[in-house]
Design a protein around this ligand. Structure first.
Ligand code: BES
Ligand code: MN
Ligand code: ZN
Length: 479
């Protein structure tokens, strides 16, 4: 889709277009075209936040989509995100390919332009690679934004972020037998200005990565630790690690079969990291960021790792395997301690579809946030408050640390069902030393289900949660 600034002087009247116009509830609308005003009165358009109408006026040869934003004093950028995205879905059905979008004019025009480009990209995303016919909707090919000031660079940035989010969704949505570690590596190598190196499965043992070695033992697809470096600042790096379980069957502690297909989404953390690296490089951001993705399947087999096994991780700590289904923390342990050891990052963050307990606690629209640095936690809460990617701070304290003590090893890989998100955080904490660290549990937010509360702009399947959040967070660390 082409996204550009609207220029009335260059308006091509031979191209069919539709104007998307925001309205607030109970406000007089005098400045609009009289024919449109009359039509709105006739159909009883209210301007309420879910009131969206498509109106074609043949007499003046114009098409409109009027978008209600509700009462002005209740307005927030989230109201705009939802209304815009629902409007674009309605417009898509008309088959009109050119949309002229007028900004609400509440926040700064550049911020609204950024949001518009970003939401348009994420709303109109489709995972249609495997559909033999994909003509359910027509395509919007051109989005022209009308607002004050120079909006060009905000539009470009918003679009990069939206497309990078979709790039992450594309990998996350892939079937588990095709969205493999090797395929991830291929995608990473396509990123411009990103240096890629790979630690292969054969090296896990000799490097002392017992978690990655254990979990990947019965995997058929070659497991990998993919490392992506984007250096455009001389500061110490910020390291981001994404859980990349290509398919989580649970291993020997096998999961129930109902719903198991959703465990192809256990690679959403790694997918988000890929999207962040793409966004940073395309934005030419002045940051130094290292992305790491431990990638493997978690499968049962005669050679699989077992409950009762004791694994020695990269930093020397040992963990007792109580269940092979708590595999994420085992592979993350090695990737985290490796990143700390090799790159001495100024901060480290992991993003992982780690626990069902986090979904139980926070639902499908809020990710769990844990960490060892109040400053970083507050920074994350602040960045998150400006995006749709909500987070909630959960505690890691001595009671949780107590729960994962093992009688035979340093720690065990589950602390039981109570406080499951926090005991997983307490486990990971053993692998970052004193480096300022944040942990995001995105088990509930990484993809949508039928029962998930509806957010028009995230659509079905992988949401790309974390791409915008981590990109903006990374930039804020280098300012
Ligand atoms: N990938 C799952 C977590 C998960 C579950 C994500 C449901 C999204 C939806 C993870 O590897 C897992 O299996 N965790 C277990 C841990 C438990 C065995 C300690 C869980 O949450 O049940
Ligand atoms: Mn699991
Ligand atoms: Zn998992």
């Amino acid at each position: 889709m082409k996204i550009d600034v609207f220029d009335n002087d260059k308006k091509n009247t031979s191209v069919k277009s539709i104007s998307l116009i925001p309205f607030f509830e109970q406000e007089p609308v005098n400045s609009i075209n009289p024919s449109l005003k009359q039509a709105l009165e006739e159909i009883g358009f209210t301007g309420k936040s879910s009131d969206i109408r498509i109106i074609s006026l043949p007499t003046i040869k114009e098409n409109f989509c009027t978008m209600g934003l509700g009462k002005r004093d209740k307005y927030s950028i989230e109201v705009y995100r939802r209304a815009l995205s629902q409007s674009l879905r309605d417009i898509e059905k008309t088959g009109i390919a050119t949309v002229i979008s007028i900004l609400p004019g509440i926040d700064r025009p550049d911020a609204e332009a950024f949001e518009t480009a970003y939401i348009a990209e994420t709303t109109l995303y489709k995972f249609s690679k495997y559909k033999s016919q994909h003509n359910e909707n027509h395509e919007i090919r051109e989005l022209l934004i009308s607002g004050k000031g120079d909006l060009n660079s905000s539009l470009r940035m918003g679009q990069i972020l939206g497309k990078s989010t979709n790039y992450a969704r594309d990998f996350a949505n892939m079937p588990p037998s095709e969205g493999t570690p090797s395929y991830y590596e291929k995608l990473a190598r396509e990123l411009k200005n990103v240096k890629v190196s790979v630690i292969e499965k054969a090296q896990f043992k000799e490097l002392g990565m017992g978690g990655l070695e254990g979990v990947s033992r019965a995997a058929k697809e070659p497991a990998k630790l993919v490392i992506m470096e984007y250096k455009n600042s001389s500061d110490k790096p910020f390291a981001i690690i994404g859980k990349g379980i290509i398919f989580d069957s649970g291993g020997i502690s096998i999961k129930p079969s109902a719903g198991m297909q959703e465990m192809k989404f256990d690679k959403c953390g790694a997918s988000a990291v890929l999207g962040v690296m793409k966004a940073l490089s395309e934005m030419n951001a002045k940051v130094n960021v290292i992305g790491l993705a431990p990638l493997t399947e978690n499968l049962p087999g005669g050679n699989a790792y077992k409950p009762g096994d004791i694994l020695r991780h990269y930093n020397g700590k040992t963990s007792e395997v109580i269940t092979t289904d708590a595999e994420g923390r085992l592979v993350m342990a090695d990737a985290l301690s490796y990143a700390v050891d090799k790159y001495s990052p100024k901060a480290i963050l992991d993003i992982s579809t780690l626990t069902g307990a986090c979904v139980t606690a926070l639902g499908n629209n809020i990710a769990g946030l844990m960490g060892n640095s109040e400053e970083l936690v507050n920074k994350m809460l602040d960045v998150s408050s400006k995006t749709w990617e909500k987070v909630w701070h959960l505690p890691i304290d001595d009671d949780f640390r107590e729960q994962i003590k093992s009688t035979v090893a340093d720690i065990k890989n589950t602390g039981g069902s109570q406080g499951g998100a926090e005991t997983a955080g307490a486990f990971l904490e053993n692998f970052i030393g004193t480096t300022p660290w944040l942990h995001l549990d995105i088990a509930g937010t990484a993809w949508t289900q039928e029962k998930t509360a509806k957010k028009e702009y995230v659509g079905k399947g992988a949401t790309g949660f974390g791409v915008r959040l981590l990109t903006e967070f990374a930039i804020s660390l280098f300012n």
